[in-house]
Design a protein. Structure first.
Length: 201
């Protein structure tokens, strides 16, 4: 059985999502390599902006500790989303291999916290691993919902195209039947001489 030819678009998506996953993990590890003073300064800057936005709608303020945990969750949420989409462009039966994004997300979280143990002023906590892993799961759920929406839309238009094709075939068949009935009701007149000639032959 000949192998199916891979679409160029599928190859493009595979390259795109593979690079996106690598960049996301690199970004996570890059944040972990920052010393405590740099990391704290970034967290405080983010805290000021976020609390300013929340203050306009009557919420907040959030502490620096909460901002850091939310940042962890958001990073790994993005990783979980990208891992699932990356898996999807490599296989249609991605649900069977859904453990791979979970495993890679967990390994990233463990490696992330391990890196922080060797960075001046940083610490490693088991609770952060669970927060990171929860972010991975949340990102995977978001990606699964997006994939279901896309599948529903594509299925809807596929059914719509199929119905249009069936209507065209039905109309063509009806037109041929009408032509056949008209020909049967009004047969073509054949001259008598031609009929006699055909009978003699």
């Amino acid at each position: 059985m000949p192998n199916e030819r891979t679409s160029p678009w599928v190859i493009v998506f595979r390259i795109f999502f593979t690079i996106a996953v690598a960049l996301c993990i690199g970004y996570i590890f890059g944040n972990s390599l920052q010393i405590a003073t740099e990391s704290s300064a970034r967290s405080q800057a983010a805290m000021v902006h976020i609390n300013a936005i929340l203050g306009r709608i009557g919420l907040g303020p959030l502490s620096e500790h909460t901002i850091r945990k939310l940042a962890h969750f958001a990073e790994y949420c993005m990783e979980g989303l990208l891992l699932t989409l990356c898996l999807r462009v490599y296989t249609r039966r991605f649900v069977r291999h859904i453990s791979w994004p979970l495993l890679l997300g967990l390994l990233t979280a463990v490696a992330d916290e391990t890196i922080q143990r060797f960075v001046p002023g940083r610490s490693s906590q088991v609770t952060d691993i669970w927060i990171d892993f929860a972010g991975v799961v949340a990102g995977m759920l978001v990606s699964l919902i997006l994939l279901l929406i896309v599948r529903g839309i594509t299925s809807f238009y596929a059914i719509k195209r199929e119905n249009r094709r069936l209507r065209q075939e039905r109309d063509e068949l009806r037109r041929r039947q009408q032509m056949h009935h008209r020909q049967a009701a009004h047969p073509t007149h054949i001259p008598r001489e031609t009929q006699e000639r055909e009978e003699l032959q």
